[in-house]
Ligand binder design. Sequence first.
Ligand code: PEP
Ligand code: MN
Length: 338
Amino acid sequence: MTIRHIQLRPDADPARARRALGALGLWTTPLLDADGRTIAYTVDPPSPPVDPAAVTALPDVARVLRAQSPHPRVDARADTPVTVRRAHFGGPDPVLIAGPCSVDAPDTIHAAAAHAAAAGATALRGGAYKPRTSPYAFDGHGPDALAWMRAAADAHDLAMITEVLSEHDVDCVAAAADVLQIGSRNMQNYALLRAAGQTGHPILLKRGMAATTDEWLLAGEHLLVHGAAAVIYCERGVRGFDPAARNLIDLGAVALLAHAHRQPVIVDPSHAAGRRDLIAPLARAALAAGACGVMIESHPDPTRALSDAPQATDPHTLRAIGAALGLTPAPPVREVAR
Ligand code: PEP
Ligand code: MN
């Protein structure tokens, strides 16, 4: 529970109290009585967590009032690692999730899985149901893609992550995937959050492109209320003002979720940058800010990608990124003929 109000003693020196509160890390706004005397401070804007005992120990403070958290289930999961097959979110190593934007064919998803494992990835992500801005763009091979991806993930002992776009598809996606992804456009689709949560799967929850961190955490609370095993938050960039990079990666929000809320948070530099040359440095920056993993779009042959080709990393670059993150590649698996 965070400190919201600080009531002063009748004989308090308000200016001294405010300096002491500021020194503890609290931003404050004075609350005045009818005579214009400062009798309390409200903590505003939100400030880092501070031990209430340290505040009540100040000579000018009478008592401290705390605010009830709007997301108790999220808070209860603070510092709880999430393990899905070999992927340990919040473990000692960062998690690399790799794979194509959309699953285009059985051979490419198998090759993508092999390259992902060789780069040290422990999860394969690809789209079977794609949210597309244009109704004319390729929107995924649906159930066929789910089956191809499941086989490819199993062949390389990778966790399978894929987006569910609609509550109508939740059962079929949950039957195939280990983790359901909720895309940016659906972060506040509460009917979908309910259905996805009810599967009991862990959920990868992408941040809405204009969502506040509170709205993001509350979307996580929706998932947990309905039964999700865990929520992994994914920052994918928010709407900024500068078109030079497609979206603005909010590393402040990543640090806030990782260090203040102590939640598993990863970054998707691919959809943030929209160009492959910036993915490696942004991935390193994400981990430095506190992310426990990164999700990178990769394709064995970007010339065959049916969506997001310009941001797809090739296998060589993916391997270099895995090495830069200090990951150990899985030993090669010899695939049986299909
Ligand atoms: C995706 O992950 O494939 C995607 C479409 O990203 P976002 O929901 O972040 O736009
Ligand atoms: Mn994509």
